[in-house]
Design a protein around this ligand. Structure first.
Ligand code: CS2
Length: 469
C-alpha cells in the first residue's frame, strides 16, 4: 500500500485541505507533536486556514521522539484524523502541519525558527509532567531533570521551558518582539503557570531578559478538549481503508472538540474561531469546569477500571453501578464551580456522559491512569479543599483518592514520574492508616487535606471497602 503524501489521490468522502497548501508558510512552532495536538490545534488551524488563509503553517516539534518526525516527513506533513461515533466515521486529512522537527536531531533548527521574525506563536502540549512545575511553590522544580539541565546549560535546552527561554532570548538579542506562548495542557491557569516558569528560568541567566519577557510577553491561558486515545494498529488499518493509502500517523478521536482561549496575542493569530474556538477574557472558569468535570471523572473511571480489569472508559460506563459513581462525582464536582459564561452545566455534563459512553472510541483506562501524581491535584484535590471549606464532605473526592492509592499499591510498575516514591509509599503503607505514607509525599496533597483527619479517615474507609470488594 503506497504511503499518504501530497500527491496521493484521495476519495471524495475524505475531507482534504481546502487551501493552497503548497504556498503555506510557517508562523507557529508547536512543542509536543503527540496525538492530542494533531487532533486538536492542528485541526483548528486547518479550519482557520480554510476560512482565512495566511502564514500560519505549523512546524511540529517533538522534544523526545524521532520516529514521529520521520513519519511526518515521509508523508509531507499530512495525516488523517478519523472522528468516530455511533453515527459513523468521518475522515479528514489535516494539512496545517508543514514540517516536523525533533529535539534530539534538530535543536539548532528549532531554535533558529523560534528566533525567526516569521514565528509569531509557540503552542505547547507536552503533558503536565514535562514543565517541571512545583505546585508547592508555584515556581520551577529545580530537581526536575530538564529544568536542572536547562538552568545549567541554557543555550542547549532539552526541556520545554528551556526552549522557550532560549528562543525568547535570541529574539530579545535581535531586537524582535517576543512570540506569544500558548499553553494547551490540562493545567489550571496554564498560561500564567508557564509565564512564571519562563520568567524564573530567564531570570536565572539574565534579569534584563526576565524583565523584558514580563513586560512584553504574552501567555494567554487556554482550555482544550477532545478525547484522543493513543493510536493502535486498528486505527491505522481503518485509516488505510478510508484513504486507500497507508498513514502511520492516523488518529481516532471523537467528533467533539472545544478550545477556549484568552485573546491576547502579540503579532496576530489564525482565525481559529472558524473551527469553533471561543475567545474570552477569562478562561479560568472554563478550565476549572473541564478539569474537574471531565478530567476528574476520567481519573475516577481510570483507576476504577484498572482495579476492576476494565480496559476502556466505555466498559466502565457500561456497568450501571460505576456509571452512577461517575455521575455522582460529576454532580459533586459541579458544586465547586463558579458560573461558566455561556455554558449550561447540566447540558455540558449530560454531553460528557455521552462522550464517555461513545462505543466507537477505545480510550484505555490505563492511558488515563498514567501520571496520577501530576493530575490529581488539579482534578480532585483542589475541589476537595473547596468542598471542605464550604462545609461539604468531599466524599466522592475521598473515593477517587482511595482508588488511586489502591491502584498505586497494586501496580509496582506504575507509570508516573514519582514512581519510586509511590513504590516506597506503597511498601511502607500500614494497615492502621494505609493512606498515611501517600499523604506524606512532599508537595502532593494540599495542607488543608493532609491536616483534615476526618477526610483522611474517609479515604482510609474507602480503601478498606476497596480491599474487601
Ligand atoms: C485524560 C485527558 O489522559 C487523561 O488524563 O483525562 O487526556 C482527556 O482525554 C482530555 O483532556 C480530553 O480533552
Amino acid at each position: 500500500m503506497p504511503r499518504l503524501t501530497a500527491s496521493t489521490p484521495l476519495p471524495a468522502d475524505v475531507t482534504t485541505p481546502a487551501y493552497d497548501r503548497a504556498s503555506l508558510k510557517p508562523g507557529i512552532v508547536h512543542l509536543g507533536l503527540g496525538a492530542f495536538h494533531r487532533a486538536h490545534q492542528a485541526v483548528y488551524t486547518d479550519a482557520a486556514l480554510e476560512r482565512e488563509f495566511g502564514d500560519w503553517g505549523i512546524v511540529g516539534v517533538s522534544l523526545r521522539s524521532v520516529d514521529i518526525v520521520h513519519d511526518l516527513r515521509a508523508q509531507d506533513g499530512l495525516y488523517t484524523v478519523v472522528a468516530r461515533s455511533a453515527a459513523g466515521d468521518s475522515a479528514r486529512v489535516v494539512g496545517s502541519v508543514v514540517k516536523g522537527l525533533s529535539g534530539t536531531e534538530d535543536r539548532d533548527e528549532i531554535l533558529s525558527l523560534m528566533a525567526d521574525p516569521a514565528t509569531k506563536i509557540v503552542t505547547i502540549t507536552v503533558t503536565e509532567k514535562a514543565y517541571g512545575y512545583d505546585p508547592g511553590s508555584g515556581g520551577l522544580d529545580r530537581k526536575h531533570p530538564s529544568v536542572a539541565g536547562d538552568l545549567a546549560n541554557p543555550t542547549a535546552p532539552v526541556g520545554v521551558v528551556g526552549y522557550i527561554v532560549e528562543g525568547l532570548s535570541r529574539r530579545h538579542a535581535a531586537g524582535l518582539a517576543p512570540f506569544t506562548v500558548l499553553c494547551c495542557d490540562n493545567l489550571p491557569t496554564n498560561g500564567r503557570i508557564v509565564r512564571r516558569l519562563v520568567i524564573e528560568m530567564a531570570g536565572a541567566r539574565d534579569p534584563a531578559l526576565a524583565n523584558w519577557i514580563a513586560a512584553q510577553g504574552a501567555f494567554p491561558c487556554s482550555m482544550v478538549d477532545r478525547i484522543v486515545p493513543a493510536a493502535t494498529e486498528e486505527t491505522r488499518e481503518r485509516a488505510e481503508k478510508l484513504l486507500g493509502a497507508a498513514d502511520k500517523l492516523a488518529l481516532d478521536t471523537e467528533p467533539f472538540l472545544q478550545w477556549v482561549i484568552e485573546d491576547h496575542f502579540i503579532s496576530g493569530r489564525p482565525k481559529w474561531e472558524a473551527g469553533g474556538a471561543l475567545f474570552v477574557d477569562d478562561v479560568e472558569p472554563y478550565e476549572k469546569m473541564k478539569l474537574r468535570l471531565l478530567n476528574g471523572t476520567h481519573s475516577l473511571m481510570a483507576y476504577l477500571g484498572q482495579l476492576k480489569r476494565l480496559e476502556y472508559i466505555r466498559d466502565v460506563m457500561a456497568v450501571p453501578e460505576y456509571r452512577a459513581l461517575a455521575q455522582q462525582h460529576m454532580d459533586a464536582a459541579a458544586r465547586t464551580l463558579d458560573p461558566v459564561p455561556g455554558i449550561d452545566l447540566k447540558a455540558y455534563m449530560a454531553e460528557l456522559m455521552e462522550r464517555f459512553e461513545n462505543p466507537t472510541v477505545a480510550h484505555k483506562t490505563k492511558q488515563i491512569a498514567m501520571d496520577g501524581s501530576q493530575k490529581l491535584p488539579q482534578r480532585i484535590f483542589a475541589g476537595a479543599v473547596e468542598d471542605l471549606a464550604a462545609g461539604r464532605d468531599a466524599g466522592t473526592s475521598a473515593f477517587v483518592t482511595a482508588l488511586w492509592i489502591a491502584y498505586a499499591k497494586r501496580t509496582p510498575d506504575i507509570d508516573d514520574p514519582r514512581r519510586e516514591e509511590l513504590r516506597t509509599a506503597a511498601a511502607k503503607s500500614a494497615d492502621s492508616d494505609p493512606s498515611a505514607t501517600f499523604f506524606d509525599l512532599p508537595g502532593l496533597f494540599p495542607q488543608a487535606l493532609t491536616e483534615n483527619s476526618a477526610w483522611r479517615a474517609r479515604v482510609n474507609a474507602e480503601l478498606e471497602k476497596l480491599n474487601a470488594g
